[in-house]
Design a protein. Structure first.
Length: 407
């Protein structure tokens, strides 16, 4: 492996270490070399990692049991991954496919797209600068955060027995006199929301220029063609089983969605049934109301008739009271006249009664009637008439109240 290849592998491995926080427990697609140690490193943090090579074909091999190569994504893979890592976007020929790659992301998914500096040692003719990479991505994502990656050269000076047993790290860049290292790679963190990881990270790599060890897809020891074919067949079968498992998981999710929709429809149906019951009860009450109204009308007629009868009785009682009052006044006046001319009653020394008699009582009779007794009797009749009039008035008032209630 050449020195440049080794530097590239180290750079991608350092980027993978930096991205472990984003890959933790998530579904990751790595677009690049399937033998890259960066993919193997990310697979340790991810829940599931797949590798796809632009323009390459997948053999379906399983690397270390964690990394799986796959064919190029299709429309069926839209929204499949939480994190897509493309270490060299223009080098993979994907600079014009940003919208397609964005479609691979699930909700709140993140795209990590990098490019070597065109003027750096790893630059190539398709490499993009800082502004070019940003302009390429900003139209497809709401948030694009740019980071730079530069090689780090230095020495560590370590106390073998630090006081207190705690090791504190001191960073000193004074030898660079403020110039710093020029970024050799630009990386964009893209998503619907701003993606923030560590603002400044120093990732230590082995000092050797040899590329870090990678899990080889070939057997460690020589094997016969028959064994290799059996291994490939087993790997292909495992790939098929994984696809079947994914399809089963999709079916389960679809079934869960159907169950949820069925539950919602059931709740809506129950609510509609309750509404229909309420409407039925309301209609029943409305149907029963005419009978009650007819009954109320009959009661109203009866009370109104009784009220009319009591009114007539009251009118008659009032007329009787008036008649007897007039009679009493006439008798009193006639008695005054008799007293003035003398009594006609036996033992009173009177002669003939005055003309007209005593108000129809036939004073020509020889009955012995004392004037005070007659006066008391007349007053008693008047009082009785008044009492009956009061009772009739009270009954009439009660009937009027009931009539108002019926109305």
């Amino acid at each position: 492996m050449t020195t440049n290849a080794s530097e590239r592998d180290f750079a991608e491995l350092a980027l993978a270490v930096y991205l472990e926080e984003l890959a933790s427990g998530r579904r990751v697609l790595y677009v690049g070399d399937p033998d890259s140690p960066a993919a193997e490193r990310l697979s340790k943090a991810a829940s599931h990692l797949e590798v796809v090579t632009p323009g390459g074909s997948a053999r379906g091999t399983r690397r270390g049991g964690r990394v799986r190569t796959r064919p190029w994504p299709s429309r069926e893979d839209e929204g499949r991954w939480d994190l897509v890592v493309v270490p060299d976007l223009p080098g993979a020929g994907l600079a014009r496919d940003v919208e397609t790659i964005a479609g691979w992301l699930a909700e709140d998914g993140v795209l990590v797209a990098g490019t070597p500096d065109p003027e750096g040692p790893a630059g190539h003719e398709d490499a993009l600068g800082y502004e070019e990479l940003f302009d390429l991505l900003e139209d497809s994502f709401d948030a694009v955060r740019m980071i730079g990656q530069a090689p780090f050269h230095g020495f560590s000076v370590v106390d073998f027995d630090p006081p207190g047993g705690e090791l504190e790290v001191t960073f000193d860049g004074s030898l660079l006199e403020g110039a710093g290292e020029r970024a050799q790679r630009y990386v964009a963190l893209c998503g619907d929301r701003d993606v923030v990881v560590d603002a400044y990270a120093v990732i230590q790599t082995p000092a050797s220029e040899t590329a870090p060890p990678a899990v080889s897809s070939e057997p460690a020891e020589e094997s016969s063609p028959e064994l290799q074919e059996a291994l490939d067949a087993a790997n292909l079968h495992a790939e098929e089983l994984e696809r079947e498992l994914e399809e089963a998981q999709k079916s389960i999710e679809a079934a869960r969605a159907d169950v949820e929709r069925a539950r919602k429809r059931e709740a809506e149906t129950r609510g509609r049934v309750d509404e229909l019951r309420a409407e039925a009860e309301s209609l029943s009450k409305q149907l029963a109301r005419p009978a009650a109204e007819d009954s109320g009308d009959d009661e109203y007629v009866r009370l109104e008739t009784a009220l009319h009868e009591r009114g007539q009785e009251l009118t008659q009682a009032r007329a009787e009271i008036e008649r007897r009052g007039v009679l009493v006044r006439d008798l009193v006046e006639e008695m005054r006249t008799l007293r003035k001319h003398g009594s006609v009653y036996p033992g009173a020394g009177g002669s003939e009664p005055p003309p007209g008699g005593l108000g129809g009582f036939g004073v020509r009779t020889t009955m012995e009637i004392h004037p005070d007794a007659m006066h008391a009797a007349l007053h008693g009749q008047v009082a009785d008439a008044v009492e009956r009039a009061v009772a009739a008035e009270a009954e009439r008032t009660a009937l009027q109240f009931r009539l108002d209630e019926v109305r």
